[in-house]
Design a protein around this ligand. Structure first.
Ligand SMILES: NC(=O)c1ccc[n+]([C@@H]2O[C@H](COP(=O)([O-])OP(=O)(O)OC[C@H]3O[C@@H](n4cnc5c(N)ncnc54)[C@H](OP(=O)(O)O)[C@@H]3O)[C@@H](O)[C@H]2O)c1
Length: 185
């Protein structure tokens, strides 16, 4: 296995989150933050993005320059608008382990939405959040960040939001992710 330049194994959940933990209303975007879009593109470029089928559809297609792994229970779903990028659909977490195991040189991201952040929570080792100073209405939320389990590692304030990173305290998620990817090979 090629050694990564970041902590390995690691899975980072990246999200823009309101003060009330809302991340979406299942339909339209809740805010327009060009600096956040630009940063998301920059940090995830070249990586593996794991997402739910609803988030893939809401993006209108694949994000160029990145591998997309899309969770869906439907065996009939086919990705639209792949834009020349690799898009793989899976119906089980174990399949994700197999796909990640052969991509140790790429950084691994959990990009949502609400269901998928929760499905991947036991394997999530880091958080890369844009904490937005708004509390919009919406049914889709980010999981609760319990300070017993998460340590803040950086905070960069901006006018409308802060870029904030966290790392999980303890080795449970690293161990779970390691088991998921090593059981797979
Ligand atoms: N603010 C942010 O940073 C951010 C980031 C991402 C998304 N969002 C927002 O979040 C919303 C979408 O989130 P969501 O929670 O509604 O949906 P989601 O997490 O994007 O996708 C849910 C779908 O994933 C599949 N799925 C879920 N659990 C599964 C499992 N265990 N095994 C296999 N497939 C599984 C199912 O697809 P099938 O129905 O095809 O079976 C399910 O309908 C949108 O509003 C989007 O804009 C916000």
């Amino acid at each position: 296995m090629i050694k990564s330049e970041w902590p390995f194994p690691s899975l980072t959940a990246i999200a823009a989150v309101g003060e009330n933990a809302v991340i979406g209303d299942g339909d339209q975007l809740l805010w327009h933050l060009p600096e956040d879009f630009g940063r998301f593109k920059r940090v995830t470029m070249g990586g593996v993005l794991i997402m739910g089928r609803r988030t893939y559809d809401s993006l209108g297609g694949a994000l160029p320059g990145r591998t997309s792994i899309v969770l869906t229970r439907s065996r009939l779903w086919k990705p639209s608008n792949t834009r020349g990028s690799e898009v793989v659909s899976v119906s089980q977490i174990q399949q994700i382990g197999r796909l990640l195991a052969v991509r140790p040189e790429q950084r691994w991201w959990s990009i949502g939405g609400g269901e998928i952040y929760r499905v991947l929570w036991p394997y999530t080792t880091h958080l890369d959040l844009t904490e937005v100073r708004l509390a919009p209405k919406g049914q889709v939320t980010f999981p609760q960040i319990d300070p017993v389990h998460w340590r803040q590692t950086s905070r960069e304030p901006r006018d409308e939001f802060d870029f904030v990173t966290y790392e999980r305290i303890g080795s449970d998620a690293v161990d779970a992710l390691g088991a998921l990817t090593s059981d797979a090979v």
